[in-house]
Design a protein around this ligand. Sequence first.
Ligand SMILES: [Zn+2]
Length: 643
Amino acid sequence: MRIIIAAALLWICAGPASAKSLRAASVRATAARAVIEARGSTESIKSFEARLMPYLQARISRRRPPASMYVPAQEDLFLLPKIWSRTSPQFQETYAAATAIPANYLMYATPGGHLEVYYATAAIDAASAVDTADHYGYDAADWRHRTGEANGVPDYIDEVAWALDSAWAMEVDRFGFVKPAPSDVSRGSSQKYKVIIRAQGDLYYGMTWPGLKISAQGPGYSSHVEIRNEWSGDEWNVPPYIDYQIHPEKGVRVTAVHEFFHGIQYAMTWNVVNLQYLDLFPLSWLEGTSVLMEELGFGDVNDYLQYSSGYFHHPQMSLFNDALNTLDNSNYVYEHSLVAKFLYEHAGPAPGINFIKSVFVRNYAARSDFDNLAKSAAAGLSTTWARLLGGFHEQSFFTGSRATPGIFFDDAPLMGTWSWAADSVDSTFTITKQVDPRGMQTFALRADPTQADTIAIAVAGAGGAAASGDWAAGAVLIPVDTAQHDSLIVLTFSNARSQILTVPGWRRYSQALVIVTNADPANKRSASVYFQPYPLEYSNTLLIYPNPVRSGGQCVIKAPQLTRVRIYALDGTVLFQAQRRTDDGVVIPPWRFAGNSSYAVVWDLGARNGMPVRQGTCIVDMTWNSDGRASRAYRKIFVLPSP
Ligand SMILES: [Zn+2]
């Protein structure tokens, strides 16, 4: 299904709600969602039926549904096969009558040879009539070729047929998806896929209606597509991306490739268990990939851009997670077209359908959890699902005025930008935040002239980066000279260690922005980013700096492979001791990685009783590893009174 949402976005972004935006938003309180929330109780199925019935009956009597009537959403139709056996015989009969091809409708077999388009003129069905102007057609011998003469079929239907033939050529012939299975909605026994041109609910582009399961054992549901019959309302004139009032053929094209892909999704589903949408797919995956088809089929229409601004208002949103994105964000499913497009363009070495197709094909072979499907598909392209989600978050920084050729999309300059805030840090330079499942968080350090000229950045995610490799992070260094492009550096997680990013020339930058992605499908988890300004030059020698040190200051003790430091007063009291600790390879403060296989620890001149050391001589006992052997040395630190 498609519903126009540009008006709803204006409401989110710019203030007062218009009637249109409210209606679009209210569509999201779907009958299906209520069933899922009630865990499929008998009551919830009864109320599902009750909500759909008036609309189904209006279709049977060919009445235009009043604006107040509930129009089923595509998600209702995704859920329907799963609850079908529990619906009443009366509902099932009404559904069959309401989705059948209405009597007297005309049929046009598309020149491409695989589909049939059913339509009405005013004499047949006033509510669903198409414009009957007929000035051209498409060649029966070559569906791509437009001819200059009337062909006895309304031009509107010629455009529908051409768009559908294009959808078949791209999605079945070129991409190799399973063919959509025709519902038995026709009067004859044709095995061609059926498309009905009919009046749709306000703001609806079209819908894909499920029919029966193809076989008892195997996967596959039949379906048919519906596309709206006219685009005359002002809601179809939303500059700059939607001009279907003047160019209805553009609305037809994006709707045809979108709904046709829903037909493929039905044909590739098992749909036997679980009160979710098709199999275990999130709604946002089903809709996001369908919107992607519009962009791949008709990239000049750019309908998907109306969804992009929504994402840039809440880039931390939990991706492909229907449970966490509910009624307060009515457009989240369509915003996922950005993620689907990213997966098309960046999942493999070159743009291609491989990742997306692999997810559907693997499920078709053996029904599986979406997270497993995505992980397997990523492994098939020599990457990880975490890295792909991370890549999406990281590259989505480079849009609008921040667009950079080669990163994210060619359309990136046309998109909004997301904002973030610099974090305040204490003396540990550590920032810890919660990250939503399949969501991201920003961790930003503002450069400060008092900081060293080199900083190190490391990231550690709770729950371990191991096993599933389910964290990803990238850093964007923002130069003081904003005329320069920002650079994106991806921090990779391996099983045992996190990469530590060293940033020399830190004073050239105004901020370091770290974008951390939690690829866990269900759990909110915490991540920490360690920004470690180096107080030292690189060297491979033992170093205590400064020494002597003024009371109130701090002292850094550094050595190659330094593992333990103890500091004593002259009377033998232990003032300080620290064993080096790491968390997934990230050094825990007060320890720091100091470059060149050296580590440092910072002593704040405090004693273990909490009192500061004001003056005197202390002994440092240092242990480090050298050539595989533990080495030990003693040094003195002189603490001078504050001036
Ligand atoms: Zn849809």
